[in-house]
Write a new protein. Structure first.
Ligand SMILES: Nc1ncnc2c1ncn2[C@@H]1O[C@H](COP(=O)(O)OP(=O)(O)OP(=O)(O)O)[C@@H](O)[C@H]1O
Ligand SMILES: [Mg+2]
Length: 113
């Protein structure tokens, strides 16, 4: 099992969500509003001639734990729907998951997904 953790632009969330729902290969999903910083370490804006820097930019973090064989399809779908080609499009991390336990029943492994 793998965890896919994708940090994307908030305005891309609804496209990414509907595309993932259509794929029909995940059982659960967690979404969080986050603040982050990438390579560029923020952006410079100006207001009434004054320049100021915003170093933490709002993003959305999507987390799903899925079967190994579904990782590539999910990854490709996120890229297709979250990409603008501009800096700040986000990042996808793929993380090994050792165990999943459904608290209600105590089931473990794939059947607990
Ligand atoms: N190495 C990292 N570790 C943890 N979070 C990261 C990392 N890189 C990016 N992020 C998260 O992803 C968000 C978007 O990153 P971003 O797309 O700007 O990455 P980047 O490496 O700067 O790529 P680009 O050059 O395309 O902007 C960041 O605001 C941060 O929340
Ligand atoms: Mg960046």
């Amino acid at each position: 099992m793998k965890q896919i953790k994708a940090i994307i632009r908030p305005e891309k969330l609804s496209d990414v969500r509907s595309a993932l729902e259509e794929l029909d290969c995940y059982k659960g999903i967690t979404m969080t509003e986050v603040l982050g910083q990438g390579n560029q370490k923020g952006i410079v804006r100006s207001w009434r001639g004054e320049k100021y820097e915003i170093d933490l930019i709002p993003k959305v973090c999507i987390e799903l734990v899925v079967r190994d064989e579904d990782v590539n399809r999910i990854k490709d779908t996120i890229i297709k729907n979250a990409q603008t080609g501009e800096v700040g499009d986000g990042k996808i991390f793929v993380i090994n998951i050792d165990e999943v336990i459904r608290i209600r029943t105590g089931e473990e492994g794939l059947s607990a997904l």
